[in-house]
Design a protein around this ligand. Structure first.
Ligand SMILES: Nc1ncnc2c1ncn2[C@@H]1O[C@H](COP(=O)(O)OP(=O)(O)OP(=O)(O)O)[C@@H](O)[C@H]1O
Ligand SMILES: [Mg+2]
Length: 414
């Protein structure tokens, strides 16, 4: 970031918490030097339903992070999720002027791939190249410098609902903050918990958060599909509150302390005490009942994920064995991934090796952010940092980016 140190601010707006992180480059690497974590208000299942409340949560998180890292901010990114996040295939084609692919022609062909007609209420957030085709040669991932007369790009467009996007930006406008980019949460989480080997071999990333479960699928080092389900840890808390006839606050505490998502994991039953509501005396409940309630909901979630995987992944292809594409299995992250028994249930039901994804440890606030609930925010920082580094490198070579830097301006048509 040069002599004049400047930071990147990322704000992950989740259903249960807003997490702002400030990253800066020191000694040639990315450091996390500021963190602001506050409970989130005004969101439901990943989407803003109350702009004033959401604005206040965002403000508090940013202020906390800024009080820790006193550095001028160069760029700001935020995150979006919700069941309105979709992806679709598109393609673009251009003629090659010099008969050799240049970096700006790659930009041009990607730009042409997003000129697809979409319904008025959708906007494109990310353009993910799937393969380039030069003349008749398919499956090219790095086309620069290759010879040919015709360059085609097959891409995956990640889109979202326009008003959900605008409501998110409105929160920042209310705070007089200009946002440089909006990153889809599932994509960001993949940046901080997946190894490049996993992305190469094929992996299903599942961010099991508070209000949503974001699923991203990679193979051959490329993000192939992404979707978000309106199911998260809050639903488990609700189920427990109803099933155990207690308050949501008590249910949340019990879930974190004693929650298990597999009845059979408990060899012997244990009796736990529930604080009574109002003046009522405490009650005793069996831990097996607790596990049963959670197990039911998790099994339902896994079945929905499986169904969605088939619907999304197989819809535009001949059916093929997903396992041959997903060589490395499943990685679960997000706050709810810590439920004991979850890895076992996923392995049993989807028959794929599964692990919990903790974000990579960066320099600075490494310990504080090394928790699955920070997969998205740490991933956003990595995404933004890598993007800026790449843009800087390419600018040195005289390449102008329409799509990468300042893509908000591009989305607004500016
Ligand atoms: N140890 C734990 N065991 C079980 N659940 C947990 C644990 N720790 C946190 N959770 C749950 O994780 C959820 C919050 O996760 P996370 O911070 O990833 O969500 P979020 O980013 O706010 O929401 P979303 O991404 O869905 O919009 C809460 O529902 C919380 O109950
Ligand atoms: Mg989240």
């Amino acid at each position: 970031m040069g002599k004049e140190e400047k930071g990147i601010l990322v704000v992950d707006v989740g259903t249960t918490k807003v997490c702002a992180l400030i990253g800066e480059e020191k000694e040639g690497k990315l450091w996390i030097t500021g963190m602001g974590l506050v409970p989130s208000k005004g969101l439901k299942k990943g989407t803003i339903i109350n702009i004033e409340e959401a604005t206040q949560s965002i403000k508090n998180a940013i202020e906390k992070a800024k009080s820790q890292a006193k550095i001028p901010i160069e760029s700001i990114y935020t995150s979006i999720t919700g069941s309105h996040i979709k992806s679709l295939s598109a393609s673009g084609v251009i003629a090659l002027k010099e008969k050799v692919v240049t970096p700006s022609e790659v930009e041009e062909v990607l730009f042409s791939a997003q000129t697809i007609e979409l319904p008025q209420d959708r906007i494109i957030l990310h353009i993910i190249p799937q393969e380039f085709v030069i003349d008749q040669n398919r499956g090219i991932l790095q086309p620069i410098g290759m010879s040919g007369v015709r360059l085609e790009a097959n891409v995956r467009l990640i889109t979202c609902n326009r008003s959900a996007f605008q409501n998110l930006l409105r929160c920042f406008e209310n705070l007089d903050i200009e946002v440089d980019g909006v990153i889809v949460q599932g994509l960001a989480s993949g940046e901080s918990v997946l190894t490049s080997e996993e992305k190469e071999l094929g992996v299903i990333l599942i961010d099991f958060g508070g209000g949503t479960t974001d699923v991203a699928i990679y193979w051959d080092n490329v993000l192939r599909y992404i979707f978000s389900l309106p199911i998260g840890g809050e639903l488990l808390t609700n189920d427990l509150a109803i099933g155990l006839r207690t308050s949501r606050i008590e249910a949340e505490k019990i879930k974190i302390k004693n929650g298990v998502c597999l009845r059979d994991l408990l060899e012997e039953d244990e009796i736990i005490e529930l604080t009574g509501i109002g003046d009522r005396p405490p009650r005793k409940i069996s831990k097996k009942i607790l596990a049963e309630i959670i197990e039911l909901r998790i099994k339902e979630l896994i079945e929905i994920i499986e169904k969605e995987l088939y619907r999304e992944v197989f819809i535009d292809k001949d059916p093929f064995d997903i396992k041959s594409k997903i060589g490395s299995g499943i990685v679960i992250t997000g706050g709810s991934s810590l439920l004991p028994g979850l890895v076992y249930l996923f392995e049993q039901m989807l028959d794929l090796p599964t692990r919990i994804g903790f974000p990579f440890k960066l320099a600075g606030l490494a310990e504080e952010t090394h928790h699955p609930q920070f997969a998205t925010s740490v991933g956003m920082l990595l995404y933004a940092y890598n993007l800026q580094e790449r843009v800087k490198e390419e600018r040195k070579e005289g390449i102008f980016h329409k799509l990468k830097k300042g893509f908000i301006k591009f989305l607004k048509g500016g």
